[in-house]
Design a protein around this ligand. Structure first.
Ligand code: ISL
Ligand code: CA
Length: 538
């Protein structure tokens, strides 16, 4: 029997950019409530909210200063309760982002921990320096240093992300107790689970110098350590087992074997996880060095993960990634076709599909012209770092444009009105200039729109046992096409995807179930960026 979180489709909301209702230029919880009917109409069964907790926003909410209260920019706890109730009425479940590798440096625990004698000292990882330098040679996720010196206590603290995000110390059992309480607090309120931020790096098994690397020196001491597995099993046993809920872990730099270990059903750790390998097939070493998109590698990697794990969390976009149509499709002539083709991929893989806000209307990367338009802290850190390395301005700018996380964080494009209908005030982030062409209003009632096609795909998935629980078999992945079968009890669906702007031969006979060209018969040739799902009737 499939679980509800396997049957439903998840929609990720980045609250800051979704819908502003009070004119302060910042998306808010009432803005989410406003669109619940439309989300229901799309066929969404679960919402994942990026963090809405109190936060000084060094990293847009991924730096939490109070886990039990709502950031006033987003509304009140009462708004949150209303959201849960209104979503509940529509049978939409809500999962929260659980960020427990680190807190904000403004969290009360951290403020107190600066005092060497405080009982909170051991909530974080404090160490004396070595010969006037950091305690070890590790480097962080956002370029450069990951130890910050604190004059008050004369020691350094570890932060794998920004200096405003000190890492918690999981050697201290009190920290895990706090986490359990926070989880219970939200589960008791009625949330249905958590998306667990960078969950496979919680436990640092040693603070020795790491092997020197281009990025993330020290990673061998915290990537998927046994201590992390143990934490996850404890949370499962002591908290999650007592509620009807699920977890999806964000896991960085993992291999399929590590993935298996984290979400193997019998080990009872995570229910599913986001892996990144398919998103790394268009880069060299780190995401900032882009290489030409290679559909063959992309397909091969997706197929590898489909086969490795019992159940995948499938996604092509999130708030950290650039827009999929700009990245794997075509922003130009075949914008609509390629966005639909990518949607077909997402909704026909084995696993739970995650749609990121705006993906269903084919939103594209931002048309940045200046560093001032970028707010993301990671982008700015990397910019400075690249300057130090004497990269040319032109090259750095190319990196920023192609890779900045802000590409996905521009306001949702609702209509052709001022600020794309996102806000009556000045939006916290510039709206993409293409909003008069790409927006919800123009798509919602158009049967040929990307949004309508997503709606069809979601309905098709929910009515097909083959898509819901069938096996995955790779048929072919080349520079041009990606073809696979989904099979259940002798019934097979074949998914044919053309990743190019040219026709591609791909012989196959079967009855067309869906096609992004609306065709009724398949003749063995895929049109540019065509997607076709065929029923292989025997
Ligand atoms: O964004 C990335 C690359 O651009 C990733 O390396 C990202 O930092 C990593 O996936 C962890 O992401 C998560 O935790 C971060 C936060 O900034 C991200 O928004 C969040 O998704 C720290 O909490
Ligand atoms: Ca607002």
């Amino acid at each position: 029997m499939a679980k509800w979180w396997q049957e439903r489709v998840v929609y990720q909301i980045y609250p800051r950019s979704y819908q502003d209702t009070n004119g302060d230029g910042i998306g808010d919880i009432p803005g989410i409530i406003m669109h619940l009917d439309e989300l229901k109409d799309l066929g969404v069964g679960i919402l994942w909210l990026s963090p809405v907790y109190c936060s000084p926003n060094a990293d847009n909410g991924y730096d939490i200063s109070d886990y039990r209260n709502i950031n006033p920019e987003y509304g009140t706890m009462q708004d949150m309760d209303t959201l849960l109730a209104e979503a509940g009425k529509r049978d939409i479940k809500i999962i929260m982002d659980l960020v427990i590798n680190h807190t904000s440096d403004r969290h009360e625990w951290f403020q107190k921990s600066k005092d060497k004698n405080s009982p909170y000292r051991d909530y974080y990882i404090w160490r004396p320096g070595k010969g006037g330098k950091a305690p070890n040679n590790w480097t962080g996720f956002f370029a450069g240093n990951c130890w910050e010196y604190d004059a008050q206590s004369g020691e350094y603290y570890l932060h794998l992300f920004t200096q405003n995000q000190p890492d918690l110390n999981y050697y201290n059992p009190k920290v895990l107790d706090e986490v359990k309480d926070i989880m219970r607090f939200w589960l008791d309120k009625g949330v249905s689970g958590f998306r667990c931020d960078v969950i496979n790096i919680l436990y640092k098994s040693s603070l020795e110098d790491g092997k020197k690397r281009l990025a993330l020196t020290g990673i061998e001491y915290y990537l998927s350590q046994e201590g992390t597995h143990e934490i996850l099993r404890t949370l499962r046993r002591e908290v999650l087992d007592h509620y009807d809920c699920f977890t999806v872990g964000e896991t960085v730099f993992i291999t399929p074997q590590m993935g298996k270990d984290l979400c193997d059903r019998d080990r009872r750790e995570l229910d599913m996880l986001f892996s990144f390998e398919h998103m790394e097939t268009d880069q060299y070493f780190v995401k900032w060095f882009k290489r030409k998109f290679n559909p063959k590698m992309f397909g091969k990697t997706i197929a590898k993960w489909q086969n490795a794990l019992e159940w995948n969390a499938n996604y092509l976009e999130n708030h950290d990634q650039t827009r999929s149509v700009s990245r794997f499709g075509d922003e130009g002539v075949y914008w609509a076709e390629s966005a639909k083709m990518l949607g077909t991929l997402l909704l026909t893989l084995r696993g739970t599909p995650y749609i990121y806000e705006g993906q269903e209307i084919g939103m594209t990367n931002f048309d940045f012209t200046d560093m001032d338009q970028i707010q993301d802290i990671e982008s700015h850190n990397v910019y400075r770092f690249a300057k130090k390395l004497h990269f040319t301005e032109k090259f750095i700018w190319k990196m920023m444009k192609a890779c900045s996380r802000d590409n996905a964080r521009t306001p949702m494009q609702w209509n052709t009105g001022a600020n794309a209908g996102f806000s009556t005030g000045k939006p916290w982030h510039k709206v993409n200039a293409n909003f008069s062409r790409i927006n919800m209003q123009s798509q919602i009632n158009d049967p040929d729109s990307i949004r309508s096609y997503y709606k069809k795909l979601i309905a098709m998935r929910s009515q097909s046992n083959v898509l819901l629980s069938g096996d995955f078999q790779l048929v072919r992945t080349t520079r041009n096409v990606f073809i696979y079968d989904r099979t259940l009890e002798g019934k097979s669906l074949r998914v044919l995807l053309n990743f190019t702007g040219k026709p591609q031969k791909a012989n196959c006979s079967g009855k067309v179930v869906i096609s992004n060209y609306g065709r009724e018969e398949y003749d063995g040739v895929l049109k540019p960026y065509e997607a076709a799902v065929l029923d292989l009737i025997k």
